[in-house]
Write a protein that binds this ligand. Structure first.
Ligand SMILES: CCS(=O)(=O)c1ccc(CNC(=O)N2CC3(CCCC3)c3nc(-c4c(OC)ncnc4C4CC4)ccc32)cc1
Length: 276
């Protein structure tokens, strides 16, 4: 039988960056570490969401949300979104290799990728039977968000969540896919693209490895097809955010969570995102 090196599995030597194939053991370690980080940084476990499945908002509760003013509802949503983004930041920091990227690249990846990961994670909190998403402790339909006056955005978000939820990703598949969404070497203003690409490659191998093991290789294509939709959702969201900021500059400036400036402002304050 052939020896290890003849079989093409050179020992993974982190120094030699030229021909270093990660061994399948290394890829297993990368997957396991990402899945563990995912489990530690998702606010609700699948079984908890399953138990809450039929906890939907009453007509009165929906009415209360719908009677909020535009800026009240945006503020309310902003708090929920910031909470979700904070968990994504924690997840990113635990992806093998992410912390080794320079701080500016970590921030650039989070600035452009954290909302996309929030949207992907929303699909695990979606109930395709009654088209509701888990929000504020119960499952809500699109009508609950009426006072945001962003019907097209909310409809598109629900549509995306529904389609992704229908793929029935396992937690492991979801974990590695969200790590891939973050480790995008094409993001704007990256200082060391090759470095991001190298970290990404191990995660790409991890996803293919997991899908192969689950006998679901066809999912890879379907997942990659969803990435441009994610991008367009975030672009639509940024459009709405600009519109909202024009109407309610004070709200955005004073009441939106501090994370706002880092993720959407120009001056990137490194503190909140990368400390604690
Ligand atoms: C990132 C921190 S920040 O820079 O300070 C910041 C930046 C932007 C905003 C304003 N956008 C906003 O609040 N949005 C947008 C969207 C709907 C379109 C895309 C995601 C969304 N979604 C939710 C949300 C959910 O948030 C966790 N969870 C379940 N469902 C939903 C709603 C059905 C969409 C809750 C708020 C929310 C607020 C704060």
């Amino acid at each position: 039988n052939m020896s290890g090196s003849e079989m093409g599995f050179r020992p993974f030597d982190p120094e030699s960056s030229f021909f270093s194939y990660p061994t399948s053991l290394h890829i297993e370690e990368v997957s396991a570490s990402i899945v563990r980080s995912h489990r530690e940084t998702t606010q609700y476990r699948p079984e908890e969401l399953q138990a809450l499945r039929w906890k939907v908002f009453s007509r009165e509760e929906i009415h209360t949300y719908q009677s909020k003013s535009v800026d009240e509802m945006w503020q309310h949503c902003a708090v929920r979104l910031t909470d979700a983004v904070q968990y994504v930041v924690e997840f990113a920091k635990r992806i093998p290799g992410f912390r080794q990227l320079c701080q500016n690249d970590q921030i650039a990846l989070l600035k452009s990728g954290s909302m996309e990961v929030v949207l992907v994670r929303m699909s695990r909190m979606f109930n395709t039977e009654n088209n509701t998403v888990f929000f504020d402790g119960k499952f809500a339909g699109t009508e609950l968000f009426k006072s945001l006056s962003c019907g097209d955005l909310i409809a598109a978000v629900f549509d995306f969540a529904h389609n992704l939820c229908a793929l029935r990703l396992t937690e492991q598949q979801m974990a590695v896919f969200t790590a891939l969404v973050l480790l995008n070497a094409d993001r704007p203003c990256l200082e060391d693209r090759e470095r991001v690409q190298r970290v990404r490659r191990d995660v790409e191998l991890a996803l293919s490895h997991i899908l192969l093991r689950d006998n679901q290789e066809s999912l890879l294509h379907k997942l990659y097809q969803r990435v441009p939709v994610l991008k367009s959702l975030c672009a639509l969201h940024m459009e709405k955010l600009r519109w909202f900021r024009q109407l309610y500059p004070l709200t955005v400036h004073s009441l939106f969570p501090p994370l706002y400036k880092e993720l959407f402002g120009s001056d990137t304050d490194i503190q909140t995102l990368t400390t604690h």
